[in-house]
Design a protein around this ligand. Structure first.
Ligand code: KIV
Ligand code: ZN
Length: 520
């Protein structure tokens, strides 16, 4: 018998599994910003990171535990004592901390990855859950790769975890292999084999390798799971995790049919999606369900005609429910500091003092070039300013000469973390290439561009340009974003931020190698 309570707990792993996506690397300030927004969205649990993996991860999980009110804050730990200690150290200051520990139960993982035995896995799971429970009342246990594992063996390990006091049992479809009917049957059988499963929360964690992550998560809920693990925009390892916004809106839109619900404030969905896309540098595909640019757009004449007559002819959801078009703020070059502060406050940003002064200067600069500054522009601008590294490189000025008759040439001046202004020049293949290489020349860093993307924040010819770059620099992969009316400037800002991030990551890695205990 599955549980009677129909509320589904939202466990967001954007900052842990999501951050494991290639090229994503968020600093503590960015993670905090996302965590605050997740709290506004109303998720129940934030998996804030994997604290043993680096001092940076530890620091971010600790900061979220200390500063983000509302959700439970979870830290991930392998079934090793050092991991459990690190996870506890990072989450212990949260109002409601959780340790999430895991070990694989599939033979493929046990033999080839862990190079261990089923008996050892049982022993490690027992010790890790007992250890975690001695520190924290809220402990989640995951038998990794469960859907490819022997079900009877997984049931034995789950029983051990429950005996040792795990309060949530999470069943991961680690490699996105299962199918909805199969997963429902799997969980039904797990309930039969482990009667104690009814006394804890059953959770599911589905990956999207076959495009079934949301369908499998929903099948899990139908089978009795009352926690779903998911990530904003569906980011995560490989093809990603179940998409948070799709699960929320599935349960919201079809509530009468399915009977399940979440506590999410759907109106915060679009903003959360934009924030995560912006800070991670991961674009949202235009036709992505719920948050894609075209999710509420109608192209064919017949559809447009229908929607104009009656919205519900071709729309099953109202765009306003997910927070699109929610804000009509428009400022212009005559708007003052007070109007900006008020508009930002309506958008959920309380800026004062130096931060407001900087934002106002940027706003004025943009309003001089762009007639109408919209809510979307302001949001992009605030995030752009928030992203300034405390310690890092800073773009002072640049000159770029572009012509179809001569190779483009760029000169830049950059302030180094030590406060020195250095200059560099380069003649490149195009103006963007020239400025990037000039930035390398100025900083003396041999960075290689891996990805470069330009988007418009809004429509129209005077739209703000938003760029993101991914670089290989100082032995690290680093991402940066920039916003400006001029895309060359936006590109240069993004590049400088990525340089700062790469250098900071290299320093942290060096510190980490010295500080971290080797883990078995
Ligand atoms: O995919 C997976 O199995 C995981 C676990 C750590 C839950 O991310
Ligand atoms: Zn995962």
């Amino acid at each position: 018998m599955p549980p009677q309570d129909q509320r589904v707990i939202l466990f967001d792993t954007t900052l842990r599994d999501g951050e494991q996506s290639p090229g994503i690397s968020l600093n503590t300030a960015e993670k905090l910003e996302i965590a605050h927004q997740l709290a506004r969205l109303g998720v129940d649990v934030i998996e804030a990171g994997f604290p043993i993996t680096s001092p940076g991860d530890f620091e971010a999980v600790q900061a979220i535990s200390r500063h983000v009110e509302g959700p439970i804050v979870a830290g991930l730990a392998r079934a090793h004592s050092a991991d459990v200690e690190a996870a506890w150290g990072a989450v212990r200051d949260a109002t409601r901390p959780r340790i999430h520990t895991f070990i694989s139960t599939s033979d493929i993982h046990i033999e080839h990855q862990l190079q261990s035995t089923r008996e050892d896995v049982k022993g490690s799971a027992r010790a890790a859950v007992a250890h975690a429970r001695s520190l924290c009342d809220d402990v989640e246990f995951s038998p990794m790769d469960a859907t490819r594992a022997d079900l009877e063996f997984t049931a034995e390990v789950v029983q051990i975890a429950i005996d040792e006091g795990a309060t949530t049992i999470n069943v991961p479809d680690t490699v996105g292999y299962t199918m909805p009917d199969e997963f429902r049957a799997y969980l039904g059988r797990l309930y039969d084999l482990v009667p104690g499963l009814r006394d804890v929360v059953l959770s599911v964690h589905c990956h999207d390798d076959l495009g079934l992550a949301v369908a499998n998560s929903f099948a899990g809920v139908q089978a009795g799971a009352r926690q779903v693990e998911c990530a904003v925009n569906g980011i995560g390892e490989r093809a990603g995790n179940a998409s948070l916004e799709e699960l929320i809106m599935l349960l919201h839109t079809r509530r009468e049919a399915v009977g399940f619900w979440t506590d999410a404030n759907t109106h915060e969905i679009a903003r959360t999606s934009r924030l995560v896309s912006r800070l991670t540098g991961y674009p949202v595909q235009p036709n992505k369900a719920i948050v894609g640019r075209n999710a509420f757009a109608h192209e064919s004449g017949i559809h447009q005609d229908g929607v104009l007559k009656e919205r519900t002819t071709y729309e099953i959801m109202d765009a306003r429910t997910v927070g699109l078009d929610a804000n009509q703020i428009v400022l212009g070059k005559h708007s003052g500091r007070h109007a900006l502060k008020q508009a930002l406050s309506e958008l959920g940003y309380e800026l004062d003092g130096a931060a407001l002064k900087t934002a106002f200067a940027r706003f004025k600069d943009i309003a001089d070039k762009k007639k109408h500054v919209t809510a979307m522009d302001l949001e992009a601008l605030v995030h752009d300013e928030l992203r300034e590294e405390v310690v890092g490189y800073h773009l002072e000025w640049f000159d770029v000469e572009a012509s179809s008759r001569r190779p483009p040439h760029a000169t830049v001046a950059v302030r180094t973390p030590e406060g020195k202004v250095v200059e560099g020049s380069f003649t490149g293949d195009g103006p963007v290439d020239a400025i990037f290489r000039a930035l390398n020349a100025a900083t003396g860093l041999d960075a290689r561009l891996r990805e470069f993307r330009v988007d418009a924040v809004t429509g129209g010819q005077d739209a703000l340009g938003e760029t993101s770059v991914v670089l290989d620099v100082a032995g690290q992969t680093a991402a940066g974003q920039g916003v400006a009316t001029d895309i060359i400037e936006a590109a240069a800002r993004a590049y400088v931020r990525a340089l700062s991030q790469g250098v900071r990551k290299a320093q942290l890695a060096e510190r980490g190698a010295a500080e971290l205990q080797p883990t078995p």
